[in-house]
Design a protein around this ligand. Sequence first.
Ligand code: SF4
Ligand code: SF4
Length: 305
Amino acid sequence: MNLSESAKQAGFAAAYLLPVPQYEEWTRRRASGAFAPEANWIEGDPAAAWPWANGLLLLIWPYAPYAPDEGLSGYYPASNQSYHAMRSLQQTLKGRDVRAERAAVPVKSLLVEWGIGARLMSDLIFIPGLGTRFVIQGLMVALPEEELIFTPKGAPFDACIRCKRCQNACPGGAISPQGYDWRRCLRAYEDGPAMPDWVMERMTCLLGCEVCQDVCPLNHFIRPRPMTESERTAFDLKKLIAGDIQPALEIIGKNMKKGGKLTAQAAVLAANQHRTDLLPLLEVQAAHADGPLKDTLNWVISRLL
Ligand code: SF4
Ligand code: SF4
């Protein structure tokens, strides 16, 4: 079975094998503050970080979003599924004596550079047939020479129709004709229990912001999917505020635990959904919390009173 077939058997919709990338320009832009802090974990020099590798395998995992009124981003459940699929592919490759390690590389920029995807006005990456709804995983690999068949580099293309729906709908004002400003994007501030007031006031779902993807006509062929009963139970706001987060972590991955982040986001969403029925629980939790989580819970209570 070749590499592409192994990737498809693991559940990925597509796999692209690229040479070990170099991205000095991207690294320079990061140093000048062009990207949100989440870009900090990316390796600046792949050849030095993975000297044994002779290729980068980019793996694409499409997903359908939840309906907007479900209040949950579909990205992290899909990301967790794709992570486990990538681990399974790693095991398959290991069985063939092919070394493979997770790659911390700027996957979005590489998709654009290789002509696989196009960057939109919203800064999202569009892939024909998948819209912007997909997770990208990367593996550095050491393949035998005969399997080192790289994906042909395509010409960069444009896909954005400049309809400005994302610009008009973005709750943070992050999208403008001048480009995308991560400092005004809600997603850049949702990685812990402390969030600026302006972010909390505008939050419409757990684990991200889906607004620019929901309104983009390039995604309209992707039908939202209903939540399963177990997902609905796991992400019940009352449970999350009470600290019962294990079932949710089973779906989104245990590394999403981060010091009360889920509880804080559930509380903020409760405020924005005017869930005054949760006030007694919020008051109990605030009395027992400390640090940034306590501040967030107190902010939520003041909004509901
Ligand atoms: S994720 Fe939300 S805040 Fe960020 S650019 Fe899109 S609509 Fe704006
Ligand atoms: S909503 Fe319109 S302007 Fe925004 S990214 Fe999609 S196509 Fe481009």
